[in-house]
Design a binder for this molecule. Structure first.
Ligand SMILES: [Zn+2]
Length: 360
């Protein structure tokens, strides 16, 4: 494959970077890095990898872009807002940022199949610079104060939702917690099904995963999730969980966060160089999902680049998100056909969206 392929990224926390990291994503990545020189408030300062110019040059023409705001119980060791109402308000600020980026034609929101088809068509033969498309997604449902709030979110274009993030969560236990799906979570799932919002299985712990699968029969994907076969931690899926998702025609986006690529990553000590974190492990995860599926129809990319980490916790080949273009030749090297590569880089997400996005 000679030309840059079109890429869909299943998971980017764009508004979190803009609103919490104070990054103007219209700037080139290098300018954002320069502006953060000397800052120490976050570990990835000066090391970000994502902005609109780099998405444009990497042909990342569509992404699932999140709103994200956790709410925590008193005494929680995990940071978060002290009430769902605060979390909701925070997500509304994030929404306002997405709207501003639409105003300046950096982004265009994709809510339904006809908008999706038009967007794909335009990017296949672009005449000038086009906005990047985004499917609005919510990472963890803590900010959904009530069913009424979920309906409001659907009306402003929310099309995918995960029930939990890190910790116990309001509706279902997330990564590193023990709790399952509670009664409120079951009610919320029912409404998610009624509204036909795509359920994101990422960040469900094992108990929640089981209970959510038993209580929900609508469309499900995993926007950013790797394989436990390579990194034994509850954030990653077991082969059995991956098989179950495949059985439901899910797409699983492989994430580029180093701790999810090599075992026993130690924050602040491990580096991509000293742990040998490279796109090789990304390819390994893609290959494993394809092997479990017996085809190339269920693996995708859900990079999570700039999901609170930068170059210090990314594969060594990644300087910016544009380097996702280094994945297709690596897939080709191990025998994936051009058709299979296109499935993985964009086709699977697109097929899923055409089937499940609806017409509203
Ligand atoms: Zn995440």
């Amino acid at each position: 494959m000679d030309n840059k392929v079109l890429i869909v990224d299943g998971h980017l926390d764009l508004s979190m970077n803009a609103m919490e990291w104070n990054r103007d994503l219209r700037w080139p990545v290098n300018d954002i890095r320069l502006s953060e020189r000397g800052m120490t408030d976050k570990p990835d300062r000066g090391k970000g990898t994502v902005s609109f110019p780099s998405m444009q040059s990497g042909n990342v023409f569509l992404c699932m872009a999140t709103q994200i705001a956790r709410s925590v119980r008193p005494g929680s060791t995990i940071p978060g807002w002290n009430s769902p109402e605060q979390a909701w308000s925070h997500t509304q600020g994030q929404l306002a940022w997405y709207r501003e980026m639409e105003e300046c034609r950096e982004l265009i929101q994709i809510r339904n199949v006809s908008q999706l088809e038009k967007h794909i068509h335009q990017w296949q033969s672009p005449t000038g610079r086009l906005p990047v498309g985004y499917i609005l997604s919510l990472e963890g449902a803590d900010s959904i104060v009530s069913i009424k709030h979920l309906e409001a979110a659907y009306n402003y274009g929310l099309r995918a939702i995960g029930l939990s993030h890190y910790g116990p969560g309001i509706y279902a236990g997330g990564t590193d917690s023990e709790e399952g799906l509670n009664a409120r979570g079951k009610d919320l799932l029912k409404e998610i099904g009624n509204l036909k919002i795509i359920l994101d299985a990422s960040h469900l712990n094992d108990v929640s995963f089981r209970e959510v699968m038993d209580h929900y029969d609508g469309p499900v994907w995993a926007s950013h999730n790797n394989c436990r076969k390579f990194v034994p931690h509850n954030r990653q899926f077991t082969d059995e969980q991956i098989r179950e998702l495949i059985g439901r025609d899910a797409v699983i986006g492989v994430a580029l966060d180093a701790w999810m690529l090599v075992p026993e990553w130690r924050g602040g000590i491990s580096t991509p160089e000293n742990r040998g974190v490279s796109l090789k492990q990304v390819i390994q995860n893609i290959g494993h999902i394809c092997q479990l599926a017996g085809d190339s129809l269920h693996a995708g990319i859900g990079s999570d680049l700039d999901g609170a980490f930068g170059r210090e916790q990314s594969p060594v080949e990644i300087d910016t998100i544009a380097d996702l273009q280094k994945i297709p030749p690596l897939l080709s090297d191990i025998g994936f056909s051009d058709t299979e590569i296109i499935n993985i880089m964009s086709g699977n997400w697109i097929r899923f969206l055409k089937k499940n996005l609806g017409n509203n």
